[in-house]
Ligand binder design. Structure first.
Ligand code: ADP
Ligand code: ASP
Ligand code: MG
Length: 476
């Protein structure tokens, strides 16, 4: 532990992350800044982690992708829109005119970089993962500057910090992972002193940098993970994820309007929920905080008096309610490898998943028929073609010898997951799940249960998504 971190332990330390909608409008930024101001008395060492203004990351990435396809006009329109949106936000926030002018200059400079990058991408005809991370992270680099200026205006000394100085990652662009040792070192050097002099650091979420200083990102929704990384490196007491709903709910409130907030969740429950589609928390957020014994809460920026959801400490078990929440992941297909030659042949699965891994595709769920004559797994629909051709190459001999009959992708499907620790001890949950679906005439294409036994996942046709989620939600 560095000297900096040791002295940190004396003052209570909190990392607060605000998501895109929480900073999406001038009013939302005011609210979020007020939340920070109000917490400083209890939490003298508060670190703020910020997302881009809502919709900005999409605009940036869309601009880059379209430029790669030869149409730079989308990026040009996006640049104009970004300029207008950020200028308008700054103007609405009552920031001192001199500060406003320098903010405008910085914003214009960053948006100018966006134009240049997209032009270069257009010339090359290719948006590499590295270029996408440089472009995609611009939104956070814009938002932190505005937020720090608002805190300053409220009389709270604040400093915008780009996480490329703090979070050192591998070079796995689009899904970078931190180097913990290097990150702790950077945090002691560049973040702890800011806190110790009573300034609120406002750090970009989503991004980091590899050891050569090239910007990386943690993947979409990755600002939650950024907050966890910084909290772990700071040995903070708490991480609060401020978002636009009252915490983790029994289902996505956009699908189930009567979804309710879940006050507490165990580590395994929250991990399964996040992994199986509860967008409210990036799945990588949980591990670093639970390992470092840091408290985690998910709260509503627009309802700050609500308590939200708390993660229970390691080892603590939650209420034994059987079904606690239902989640879904859209845009999947089920890839099936089938053939009588697979029966009892060791290593088929290993080779299949080896081939999939080489394409860089994430397998979300695996299901094997008990006859062993087929194996199915879910991947995102847009990677289906690549995955099938990788598997066909790997099994070309078996395909020729008809030991494997075919490799095919289903129509688009959805993975619906029911989560609840009580399922572990309660027989018959699966039966209730299936009879609920039977009543609504939903056809279940495949099922899988995780080894943690706190979740059961079902694969259903895309058109059945809402009906499935709602009828399973009725079991809660
Ligand atoms: P932020 O920009 O704050 O990171 P996100 O859009 O990433 O917010 O996540 C919050 C959204 O997650 C909510 O608005 C909600 O629509 C969605 N969501 C999906 N599943 C759940 C769930 N089980 N509980 C709460 N929110 C959920
Ligand atoms: N702005 C990034 C995104 O939209 C990261 C985040 O908001 O968590 O994915
Ligand atoms: Mg998010």
């Amino acid at each position: 532990m560095s000297a900096g971190n040791r002295s940190m332990a004396k003052k209570k330390s909190l990392v607060m992350k605000f998501g895109g909608t929480s900073v999406g409008t001038p009013e939302a930024i005011e609210r979020a800044a007020r939340i920070v101001a109000d917490s400083l008395e209890r939490w003298p060492h508060t670190t703020v982690v910020l997302s881009a203004l809502s919709g900005v990351t999409n605009l940036l990435l869309e601009g880059a992708h379209k430029a790669a396809d030869g149409d730079v006009s989308v990026a040009e329109a996006a640049a104009d829109e970004l300029l207008e949106r950020h200028h308008h936000t700054i103007e609405e926030l009552g920031i001192d005119p001199a500060v406003q002018r320098s903010l405008f200059a910085e914003i214009d400079q960053l948006i100018g970089e966006f134009r240049n990058f997209c032009e270069a991408i257009g010339v090359l005809g290719e948006a590499t993962p590295r270029a996408l991370d440089t472009v995609g992270s611009l939104g956070e680099r814009l938002s932190v500057r505005i937020f720090a200026a608002v805190l300053d205006r409220m009389g709270i000394p604040a400093e915008a910090i780009e996480a490329s100085r703090l979070i050192i990652t591998d070079s796995n662009f689009l899904a970078a992972h931190p180097d913990w040792t290097a990150t702790r070192r950077q945090v002691s050097k560049h973040l702890v002193p800011v806190l110790e002099r009573g300034t609120v650091p406002v750090v970009t979420g989503f991004m980091g940098a590899n050891p050569a200083g090239v910007i990386t990102t943690m993947g979409r929704g990755g600002s939650d993970f950024s907050a966890a990384i910084l909290a772990a490196a700071l040995q903070a007491d708490e991480v609060w994820i401020w978002t636009d709903v009252d915490g983790v709910m029994t289902a996505d409130p956009r699908i189930v309007p009567n979804a309710r907030t879940i006050p507490t969740l165990s580590y395994l429950e929250l991990a399964e929920l996040a992994y199986f589609g509860a967008k409210v928390l990036h799945p990588k957020t949980i591990r670093p905080v639970i390992e470092a014994g840091i408290g985690l809460a998910i709260r509503n920026t627009f309802e700050p008096s609500a308590r939200g959801t708390r993660l229970l400490a390691k080892g603590a078990s939650s209420s034994e309610q059987t079904v606690k929440a239902v989640t879904s992941i859209r845009g999947q297909v089920l890839i099936t490898i089938e053939g009588s030659g697979m029966l009892g042949v060791p290593g088929v699965a290993a080779r299949a998943f080896g081939a999939v891994a080489q394409t860089g595709t994430n397998v979300i769920l695996i299901s094997q028929a008990s006859s062993e004559q087929s194996i199915s797994f879910a991947v995102s629909a847009d990677s289906a073609e690549t995955v099938i051709s990788a598997i066909e190459t790997t099994f070309s001999i078996e395909l020729m010898n008809r030991e494997i009959d075919r490799v095919w992708a289903s129509e688009e499907v959805v993975i619906v997951t029911v989560v609840g620790a009580g399922m572990r001890h309660t027989p018959g949950v699966a039966a209730r799940v299936f009879s609920a679906l039977g009543e609504h005439r939903v056809n279940v294409i495949a099922i899988a249960q995780g080894s943690s036994e706190v979740a059961i996942s079902l694969v259903v046709a895309a058109k059945d998504m809402e009906l499935t989620v709602r009828s399973l939600h009725d079991l809660i």
